[in-house]
Design a protein around this ligand. Structure first.
Ligand SMILES: *Cc1c(COP(=O)(O)O)cnc(C)c1O
Length: 400
């Protein structure tokens, strides 16, 4: 095939995506992340990022990154097992383990890599993975890649989960070999901003002898004592085998992590391919994450969470209740405004963009077809005035 023929094919595929109103493209931002960002010479109010506490450009993190660059340079040089296991990475893992009050932690270059490496390290084709219908793509990809039998339970549906766990018990016994059953869910769902019933899920996995992995990507830094997460909030820390998280959302840095027992972490160091075969994170990112972990546990961190929840409350009062989105009024920085139709979601998002607000129209395959939405995200760094202005404009945009 000639190069031009290949490109012609790709162009046809792109046209098909465009026709379904599913084409995506990158918007270049010329400023740091924050409540206000610069795009094409315009200043926009940003209601699209996962920087819930305003840490991505916080002086405390910036200073820590700069210091790490001076101390360790820019690159880590190799994978951790080769020669890239720098003091800053060890310091980070100690900070994560201490924050989460767990015996041990392991950092990965991203949360995506943490999911891929971890699930692949503990499950293979003889095992069974049971996931919530709405878990993140990183978990879905990991489950598919490791070759285990995959079963999906209806979103947050404990009866469905129990039925599958019952079936898994029989499936395991039938084959007469010891296979593992891994249940994976998210504590806060990334596109809906709702919560998993963690206590009940823990009860079920114990009843049926399964192992539980909880992705706290959107809970870390926000919920529980000092922002430890929902596992802490629900008091099930000692009953969840695998805690996963990212350093790139509320913690304002970059990277992913797993915490759990020493045995789990030692196994991952040996078996998690995304850890073994990938260059260690840059020192600047790990140092920023350490600074963020310190910050979230201070009084300032506490104040940041209060500010965030005030903003969430304000938006819920002005938008969710007013627009009949009442059913989805939640105490969560992820505030989806469900629109349904993909084309209309784009129109509303474009309208808001013209008025100076950046909010993403989330469509298939990130969410189901016909469930397109504006994914509004709130930050502690937004002022009350910004939240009120935006709330009024979003109502106007929905009416038009
Ligand atoms: C963002 C996200 C991840 C991936 O984390 P990254 O550090 O961005 O790779 C995993 N799980 C959930 C639920 C997420 O929202």
């Amino acid at each position: 095939m000639g190069l031009s023929e290949f490109n012609q094919q790709l162009s046809t595929e792109l046209d098909a995506i465009r026709q379904k109103n599913l084409l995506r493209f990158l918007r270049r931002i010329d400023s740091p992340q924050g409540p206000k960002i610069e795009m094409n010479g315009r200043s926009l109010l940003n209601f699209s990022s996962n920087d819930y506490l305003g840490l991505a450009n916080h002086p405390h993190l910036v200073e820590a990154s700069l210091k790490a660059i001076r101390d360790y340079g820019c690159g880590s040089g190799a994978a951790r097992l080769v020669s890239g296991s720098l003091k800053v990475h060890h310091d980070l893992e100690e900070a994560i383990a201490s924050f989460k009050q767990m015996p041990a932690a392991l950092s990965f270059s991203t949360g995506y890599a943490a999911a891929l490496g971890t699930i692949g390290a503990i499950c293979d084709k003889d095992d069974i993975i049971v996931i919530d219908k709405l878990v993140h793509a990183s978990v879905v990809d990991a489950a598919r890649l490791c070759g285990a039998k995959l079963r999906i339970f209806k979103h947050n549906d404990l009866n469905d989960l129990e039925d599958i766990l019952k079936w898994s018990l029989a499936a395991r016994n039938n084959e007469g070999k010891s296979s593992r059953v891994l249940v994976v869910t998210e504590s806060v769902f990334s596109m809906d901003g709702d919560f998993a019933p963690l206590r009940e899920i823990v009860e079920l996995k114990d009843k049926y002898g399964a192992v539980l992995m909880v992705d706290e990507a959107h809970a870390t830094g926000i919920y529980g004592t000092l922002g430890r997460g929902c596992i802490d909030q629900h008091g099930v820390r000692e009953r969840v085998e695998i805690q996963m998280g990212t350093l790139g959302k509320a913690l304002g840095a970059s990277g992913g992590f797993i915490c759990g027992s020493r045995e789990l972490i030692d196994l991952l160091i040996n078996h998690a391919r995304s850890f073994v075969f990938s260059t260690a994170s840059v020192p600047a990112a790990s140092a920023a994450a350490i600074a963020a972990l310190q910050w979230v546990q201070t009084e300032e961190g506490e104040k940041g969470r209060s500010r965030l929840f005030e903003n969430i409350h304000q938006f819920n009062e002005l938008v969710k209740r007013e627009t009949g989105n009442e059913a989805s009024v939640r105490n969560c920085p992820i505030l989806p405004v469900i629109i349904g139709d993909e084309a209309r979601a784009i129109v509303v998002a474009e309208r808001l963009l013209n008025w100076g607000y950046l909010v993403p129209a989330i469509r298939y395959p990130t969410v189901a077809r016909g469930k397109a939405r504006l994914r509004v995200t709130m930050s502690a760094a937004h002022s009350t005035e910004q939240v009120v202005d935006f709330s009024l404009e979003i109502r106007r945009a929905l009416r038009g």
